[in-house]
Design a protein around this ligand. Structure first.
Ligand SMILES: Nc1ncnc2c1ncn2[C@@H]1O[C@H](COP(=O)(O)OP(=O)(O)O)[C@@H](O)[C@H]1O
Ligand SMILES: C[C@@](O)(CCOP(=O)(O)O)CC(=O)O
Ligand SMILES: [Mg+2]
Length: 398
C-alpha cells in the first residue's frame, strides 16, 4: 500500500471486446477478449464542503449530491464490518438502505451506476471524505463494450488511490467486480479483469492468460444503437437454460469448443502449421458458429442480424459482441479488404442508423494519475464532446 493520500486523481480504464465466449463465460467457460482503445475516465477530488457529489454527464444531466454526514451515518450502520482490503458484495439490507438515498433517481441506468458508486464509496471511504466525482466515457454506454466494467474499475481505483490504499490491481479488480455485481447481477468477471489488466487474453475462472495472435487481427465495431441491458440479457439466458437445460448445456459447451478451436488456431499460425489466410477463413467460420449459438440462446436482435447481412454481402463475417439484444457487432476485416469496401459497408450501415468504428485492441489496463495537470480538470464535465475527445486522446497511449 502506498500510504500517501491524494487530493485528486484522474483514473482511466479501457472497454473490452469479446471475440468468443460471451454468456458461456458466466457459466464458467473460457472467453477470448481484448481491451479497447476507447476508455472511461473518472476524475475524483477531495473537497471540504461536507458533501459527496457524483456527476455522470453521459447519462444524467445534474450531479447527484449527498451530505457526507448522512453517508457517514449510513456507513456506521451498514458498513462497520467492511474493510477496504477485502472486497465485499452489496447485501440486500445495505441495498435497501442505499435505495433510500436515491429515491429521486428513477432512470435504471443512473440508479445502477449510483448504487455501485455508493457501495464502493461507503466500503472504502466509510463516508469520511468529502468528494467530487465526475465520470465520462469515450465508450458507448450499454452497447456491449464493457462500459459498466470500465466505470467500476475507475471508481474502485480512484477511491483506493485517494484513500492512500495504493494501486494494487488485484484489489482494484476485486472491488470493481463487486460494483459489476451491482450493475449486472451475475457478472463473470471477464470485463472488469480486462479493464484492470488490459491486453488480449483468454479469461477463465478469474484468471487471464495472454493470447498471442489476437492483436494482429483487424476488426470493425458497429454500434446498432439499440439499447440493451446486460443484466436482462444474462437473465434471459438463465431463464432459457432453466427451461431447456438439456439443449442449453450443449450450446454452452459448444462455445467452449469454439474458444478452444480459436486458441489452437493461433498456436498453429505461430508454429507455421497453417497460413494466415487459412487461419482467417477458419476464424470466419468460428465467428458464424459463435453468433449462431448466441442466436439460439435468444440474445441476438434484428439489428445485429442486419449487420451480419450487410457485411456478409461484402464477404465479411460478423457476430454480436457482449451481451447482445442490441448493442455492438464485431466484424473481422481481412487484410485484402479494400478501403472502398469498408467505406461502402459503413455507408450502408449508417443508413440503418448504426455507427461504425475501428479501434485498437490490446492496450493498457487501468491507469491512475495524480499529477496536478491531469487532475485540474475543472471543466471535465462541461467540455463539448469533440474537445473532450481530443483531450483524452492524448492520455493513456499504450
Ligand atoms: N460513463 C458512464 N457514466 C455513468 N454510468 C455508466 C457509465 N458507463 C457505464 N455506466 C453504467 O453501466 C451501465 C451499462 O452497463 P451494461 O448494461 O453492462 O452495458 P455495457 O457494459 O455493455 O456498456 C449503465 O446503465 C450505467 O449504469
Ligand atoms: C454477457 C457477458 O458475458 C458479457 C457482458 O458484456 P457487456 O456488459 O455487454 O459489455 C456477461 C459477463 O461476462 O458478465
Ligand atoms: Mg457491462
Amino acid at each position: 500500500m502506498t500510504s500517501q493520500q491524494q487530493n485528486a486523481v484522474l483514473v482511466s480504464a479501457p472497454g473490452k471486446v469479446i471475440l468468443f465466449g460471451e454468456h458461456a463465460v458466466v457459466y464458467g467457460k473460457p472467453a477470448i477478449a481484448a481491451s479497447l482503445g476507447l476508455r472511461t475516465y473518472s476524475w475524483i477530488r477531495r473537497t471540504n464542503d461536507s458533501n459527496v457529489r457524483l456527476n455522470l454527464p453521459d447519462i444524467h444531466t445534474l450531479p447527484i449530491t449527498w451530505e457526507s454526514r448522512v453517508l457517514a451515518e449510513l456507513a456506521a450502520a451498514h458498513y462497520r464490518a467492511s474493510d477496504w482490503a477485502t472486497p465485499a458484495v452489496l447485501t440486500p439490507e445495505s441495498e435497501t438502505a442505499l435505495s433510500a438515498l436515491i429515491e429521486g433517481v428513477t432512470t435504471p441506468a443512473v440508479r445502477q451506476a449510483t448504487l455501485a458508486f455508493l457501495h464502493l464509496y461507503l466500503s472504502i471511504c466509510k463516508g469520511r471524505s468529502d468528494l467530487d466525482t465526475c465520470v465520462r466515457s469515450a465508450l458507448p454506454v450499454g452497447a456491449g463494450l464493457g462500459s459498466s466494467a470500465s466505470y467500476s474499475v475507475t471508481i474502485a481505483a480512484g477511491l483506493l488511490a485517494l484513500g492512500g490504499y495504493g494501486e494494487d490491481p488485484a484489489l482494484v479488480n476485486g472491488w470493481a467486480f463487486m460494483a459489476e455485481k451491482v450493475i449486472h447481477g451475475n457478472p463473470s468477471g471477464v470485463d472488469n479483469s480486462l479493464a484492470t489488466y488490459g491486453g488480449a487474453k483468454v479469461y477463465s475462472h478469474g484468471k487471464l492468460e495472454a493470447l498471442g495472435g489476437f492483436g494482429s487481427l483487424r476488426f470493425m465495431l458497429t454500434d446498432t444503437r439499440v439499447p440493451k441491458n446486460t443484466k436482462r440479457q444474462v437473465e434471459l439466458v438463465r431463464e432459457r437454460k432453466l427451461r431447456f437445460p438439456l439443449a442449453m448445456d450443449l450450446l454452452i459447451d459448444s462455445v467452449q469448443g469454439i474458444v478452444e478451436e480459436c486458441k489452437s488456431l493461433f498456436l498453429d499460425v505461430e508454429q507455421k502449421r497453417v497460413s494466415e489466410d487459412e487461419m482467417l477463413t477458419a476464424m470466419e467460420a468460428l465467428i458464424d458458429m459463435n453468433h449462431g449459438i448466441m442466436s439460439a440462446c435468444g440474445v441476438s436482435h434484428p439489428s445485429l442480424e442486419m449487420v451480419r447481412l450487410v457485411t456478409a454481402s461484402h464477404g465479411l463475417r460478423s457476430k454480436l459482441t457482449g451481451a447482445g439484444g442490441g448493442g455492438c457487432a464485431l466484424t473481422l476485416i481481412r487484410p485484402d479488404t479494400t478501403r472502398e469496401t469498408l467505406d461502402s459497408i459503413k455507408e450502408r450501415l449508417h443508413l440503418e442508423g448504426f455507427m461504425c468504428f475501428e479501434t485498437e485492441v490490446g492496450g493498457v489496463g487501468v491507469t491512475v494519475r495524480s499529477d496536478p495537470d491531469a487532475c485540474a480538470w475543472d471543466s471535465f464535465a462541461d467540455l463539448p464532446a469533440a474537445e473532450w475527445a481530443s483531450l483524452v486522446s492524448t492520455l493513456d497511449k499504450p
